[in-house]
Design a protein around this ligand. Structure first.
Ligand code: IPM
Length: 352
C-alpha cells in the first residue's frame, strides 16, 4: 500500500519521539513492501515563530489531503500568556476541529513487567479499557471570554444531539468486539449537557441489546479508576472529562509516556501520544517514545494493516520485557535512551 502521512513534530520532545516512530514505521514499510510518504509540517511554537500562527493554513491543507496525520506533542511555556487563539495548544484544537476529529480513542492497558505505578499490583491485573473522548465540542469549543473589565470570565459548554450520537455509535460498535460494556461518565446530577448525553446514549443503547450500559458521575468515576479499574471496558465521555480521566488512567500504566491515541472523524484521522511536550526533557534523549510509536501502531490498524500492527506491538512488548526502556518506566541506572528504544524496536521488526 502507498500512504501519505502528514508529520507534525510540534514542541518539546515532539521531534525526538516522532523520529523514533518514523524509524519504526519505515522498518514496517520495508518488511511488508509498503510506501509511506511523509510531509513535515509546522505547528505550535515553531509555527508561531515563523508565521505568527500556531496552525498555519498550509499545515491544515496538507493534513486534510493526507491519508493520516502523525502528531508529536504541543505546548511551550514561553507562549502561555499569548492572546486567545495564539497559544500552541490553540493550534492543535483548531486542527482537530478543521479535520472534524470528533472521536478520540485512548486505550489503557497494562504491561505486567512494569512496576512504576503507585497503585497496588493486584488491582492492576487484567486492566484493559478504552476511553472514547468526544474531541471537537463541549467546553473546549464553546464561546469563551471576559467581561466586567476582565474580572469575570466564562466558557460555554454546548453539545448537540448529533455530536453525542456520532461518538456514541462509535463507542457501542467498539464494545461489540470487546467485553460488551459501555460506561457513560458525566455529571448529570448538575449539568444539563450531561443530561442530554444520557438521553441520547440511552436511545442508542436500544440498538445494541448485547451491550451493558451503565452511568457514572465523573467524581465517582475518578475514584473507581483507581479503586477498581478492572470494571471498565469502554468509557464514553465528553471532551473535558475525557482529557482528565485519560491522564489519571495513565497512572495505572506506569507512565503517561506510554499512552497512544487515535483521533478519528468520518474520513480523516490523526494519531498522537497523550503526553505533553515535556520541555524539561527536550534534547536529553530521555523521552519515552512508546506513546508515539504505539500511536503509529493505531495508525497501521486504521490503514487495515493488521499483521503490521501486531508485529509492531509485539516488538514494543519485547522491548519492555527485555528492559530496553526509558527512565520513566525503569530504574534510571538501567535505562536506555529514546534513540536506543527506537533502534531496538526497529531491529526486532526487521529480524522477525
Ligand atoms: C490532550 C492535551 C490537549 C487537550 C491540549 C494540549 C490542548 O492535553 O490531547 O489531552 O487538552 O486536549
Amino acid at each position: 500500500m502507498i500512504k501519505s502521512i502528514s508529520i507534525i513534530e510540534g514542541d518539546g520532545i515532539g521531534p525526538e519521539v516522532i523520529k523514533q516512530t518514523i524509524k519504526v514505521l519505515n522498518s514496517i514499510a520495508k518488511k511488508y513492501g509498503h510506501k509511506f510518504h511523509y510531509k513535515n509540517l509546522l505547528a505550535g511554537s515553531k509555527a508561531i515563530e515563523k508565521f505568527g500562527d500556531p496552525m498555519p493554513e498550509e499545515t491544515i491543507n496538507h493534513c486534510l489531503k493526507a491519508d493520516a496525520v502523525l502528531f508529536g506533542c504541543i505546548g511551550d511555556p514561553k507562549y502561555d500568556h499569548n492572546p486567545k487563539g495564539m497559544r500552541p495548544e490553540d493550534g492543535l484544537l483548531k486542527l482537530r476541529k478543521k479535520m472534524n476529529l470528533y472521536c478520540n480513542i485512548r486505550p489503557i492497558s497494562i504491561f505486567p513487567k512494569l512496576d512504576k505505578s503507585p497503585i497496588k499490583k493486584e488491582l492492576l491485573n487484567n486492566v484493559d479499557f478504552i476511553i472514547y473522548r468526544e474531541l471537537t465540542g463541549g467546553v473546549y469549543f464553546g464561546e469563551k471570554g471576559r467581561y466586567k473589565n476582565g474580572d469575570k470570565a466564562y466558557d460555554h459548554c454546548i453539545y448537540s444531539k448529533k455530536e453525542i450520537e456520532k461518538i456514541g455509535e462509535k463507542a457501542f460498535k467498539a464494545a461489540l468486539f470487546r467485553k460488551k460494556k459501555v460506561t457513560l461518565v458525566d455529571k448529570a446530577n448538575v449539568l444539563e449537557t450531561s443530561r442530554l448525553w444520557r438521553e441520547v446514549i440511552k436511545k442508542i443503547s436500544l440498538d445494541y441489546p448485547s451491550i451493558d450500559l451503565d452511568f457514572l458521575y465523573i467524581d465517582n468515576a475518578s475514584m473507581q479508576i483507581i479503586m477498581n479499574p478492572k470494571k471498565f471496558d469502554i468509557i464514553l465521555t465528553d471532551n473535558m472529562f475525557g482529557d482528565i480521566l485519560s491522564e489519571e488512567s495513565s497512572v495505572l500504566t506506569s507512565s503517561l509516556g506510554l499512552l497512544p491515541s487515535a483521533s478519528i472523524g468520518d474520513d480523516k484521522s490523526m494519531f498522537e501520544p497523550i503526553h505533553g511536550s515535556y520541555p524539561q526533557a527536550e534534547g536529553k534523549n530521555i523521552a519515552n517514545p512508546l506513546g508515539c510509536i504505539l500511536s503509529g501502531s493505531m495508525m497501521l490498524e486504521y490503514f487495515g494493516m493488521y499483521r503490521e500492527k501486531n508485529l509492531l506491538e509485539e516488538a514494543v512488548k519485547d522491548s519492555i520485557e527485555k528492559e530496553i526502556c526509558t527512565p520513566d518506566i525503569i530504574d534510571s541506572k538501567l535505562s536506555s535512551t529514546t534513540e536506543e528504544v527506537g533502534d531496538y524496536i526497529k531491529k526486532y521488526i526487521i529480524h522477525q
